[in-house]
Design a protein around this ligand. Structure first.
Ligand code: SF4
Length: 319
């Protein structure tokens, strides 16, 4: 029996009109450039790629914070365009990178975690405290910090508060944007293991955005590699880390796999610098940096090829 999809994106584009100078005509910048993907219930999808590849823009679209220029997002088979903000917030919640700036310093822990209940006008306010305390317990926060303020807590505790706030309404999907990168190395694995446990316990689906491939390898069940607004490879995590197919995935992963999770994509040995997305290279946009470039790569854009367990977008795999 196949697992139902909880999230689906269909041919999404996010285009901005950018001016290169005062009297210059505007040019389109495709931050997301025709991306389709299905995420099954209970899956952990890792989204990786260099800065500017479109992964954060895609996260905003999934959270309903940005309306795509074109295409459709479905949550639990319902088009996001037909849902209001409260419906979306009930089903999809974010966990952001920085627990310092994502928590209101003037509010107590209890007030921060209960906010989504209050926004949703959840019935029985008298039960809110119980619900908050249950959720605090779930994320490993002691009841005694209920009235504390963020400034009285460690980075790890603050991220637990942010996770409790995201989970208080029991969403189906959690979008984690670099969930551990602002934390001390010693705390990162605790938070990652907590996310793994919560997924099991609550049947959550995660989309994990990270430049840290060690984090993605640890937690994701499937990985999508983004380059200049396209998903150039989607594969099961084991397949990607053992036998990646796209030359970009190969260069990215070969050069940065490291046992130290604090190291991100620092030295990718990709030769030419990341192209300007306003002026993307012709044909395959990866061709100026590709070690396996062929004669037609700079004139013909590759299309997605089904690999059986995933998708790769490269002429090398054309029949
Ligand atoms: Fe490299 Fe050509 Fe494949 Fe692009 S299509 S990744 S340039 S081999």
């Amino acid at each position: 029996m196949t697992t139902p999809n909880v999230l689906e994106i269909r041919d999404i584009y996010q285009t901005y009109q950018i001016s290169k100078g005062l009297f210059q005509p505007k040019k389109p910048l495709h931050a997301v450039n025709g991306v389709s993907l299905k995420v099954a219930r209970g899956e952990v999808l890792g989204l990786v790629g260099e800065s500017g590849c479109g992964k954060s823009t895609l996260a905003k679209i999934l959270l309903g914070l940005l309306k795509p220029t074109q295409g459709e997002v479905l949550i639990d088979d319902k088009p996001v365009a037909d849902l209001d903000r409260l419906d979306i917030a009930r089903m999809v919640q974010p966990i952001f990178q920085d627990p310092y700036s994502s928590l209101n310093p003037r509010k107590s822990v209890g007030s921060i975690i209960s906010l989504p209940l209050r926004v949703q006008n959840a019935p029985n306010p008298e039960t809110w405290q119980k619900r908050v305390e249950e959720t605090m317990d779930l994320v490993g926060l002691p009841k005694r910090v209920y009235n504390n303020y963020p400034s009285q807590m460690s980075g790890g505790q603050r991220q637990r508060v942010a996770i409790a706030r995201a989970l208080i309404n029991r969403p189906q999907v959690v979008i984690c944007d670099e969930p551990t990168s602002a934390l001390d190395v010693s705390v990162q694995s605790q938070i990652l293991n907590l996310l793994v446990d919560l997924r099991q316990e609550l049947g959550l689906t995660y989309v994990i955005i990270s430049h840290n491939l060690a984090v993605v390898e640890h937690i994701a069940t499937r990985v999508a590699v983004m380059y200049l607004g396209r998903m150039v490879e989607v594969a099961d995590t084991d397949d990607l880390f053992e036998a990646r197919q796209h030359p970009y995935s190969q260069a990215l992963l070969n050069s940065v796999l490291t046992p130290d999770p604090s190291l991100g994509i620092s030295d990718s040995h990709l030769g030419a610098t990341y192209p300007n997305p306003i002026d993307p290279p012709s044909g395959c946009t990866f061709h100026p940096r590709c070690a396996k470039k062929m004669a037609h790569c700079d004139s013909e854009a590759p299309t997605p090829i089904d690999t059986g367990s995933g998708v790769v977008e490269c002429h090398l795999y054309k029949d």
